[in-house]
Design a binder for this molecule. Sequence first.
Ligand code: SAH
Length: 343
Amino acid sequence: MKKLDLKSFDIKELEDIMIRIDEKSFRAKQLFKWIHGKLINELDETTVFSSQLKDKLDNRYYIGNLKLLKKFESKLDDTIKYLFLLEDNNIIESVRMKYKHGNSLCLSTQVGCKMGCDFCASTKEGLVRNLSSSEILDQVYKIKKDINEEINNIVLMGSGEPLDNYDNVIKFIKLINSSDGQNLGIRNITLSTCGLVPEIYKLAEEDLQMTLSISLHSSSNEERKRIMPIANKYSIEEIIDATKYYIEKTNRRVTFEYTLINNINDKKEDAYKLSKLLKGMLCHVNIIPLNPIKGSELIKSNYAKEFKDLLVQKGINVTIRREMGSDINAACGQLKSDYMMKL
Ligand code: SAH
């Protein structure tokens, strides 16, 4: 029988485990604090459990650990890209970005991605598998230990579509927020999605205060279909309705990401259409300069500033995302962890 990863369990689930192995349920909280607070890699690092208890746990459970394979440090800024090896030899990437307001981590939620966006490297080989909540958490834990600094923000913008791995992502958010673990505020977590409409409605019902970021990239359905296959499934109007519902439920300002691509979505009319679409919404637009990737003919637009100004004139809040870690292929859309290690 395959052993189960203790790092994926919340305190209630650990209590059930303790009871099943004939131990007192208060041991669950202790174990949770060791795993998610003290960030141990194995049970032997704990000091409060009897060897019998550890043996009983060892029979059926283990603590999952990512192996750090490689680290790339940017010479342009303080960005660090990490390559982690998973138990099944898949590889994922995570990025640490350092801002004035602290450390922000960009995490992967899947190995590969099935969404097929034309401009994104992570999806070129399709989806390999979902990450477990333990594997998403451990990206944070291993980086925190490596840099020995607090983690202030998390963005789910690495490889994968977070809402296509819904349950594990929600579990991850609850675990990282736990006051017996890292106690990271949910408001400091941004979930970025290409726009899976039913899941946006579901997320609105979770009563979690995270920032929702919608990868819109276009204000016309036809144009969006050219670069994002998911546009064939959900229209922009459906995405806007779902986002309005999310805002109504959570009262949180949402972000619309807009990767600016030469001759595709960077025309004046595009900016005007976008401003009409978003008028009156509690939102802000984040313009991302395209990072051109191999195998795609899309070119970066030179009109980021003009595009921004047009939107601002129309009363929309806009920022242009700073490009970070581009010398180590750590910028948006450059994470490509689709290969298996040949051991
Ligand atoms: N699947 C999620 C999260 C991952 S991508 C999503 O679609 O939102 C995070 C952001 O980077 C998205 O807005 C995505 O569209 C954008 N992105 C992907 N590839 C890019 C590239 N080559 N250049 C600029 N932005 C890119």
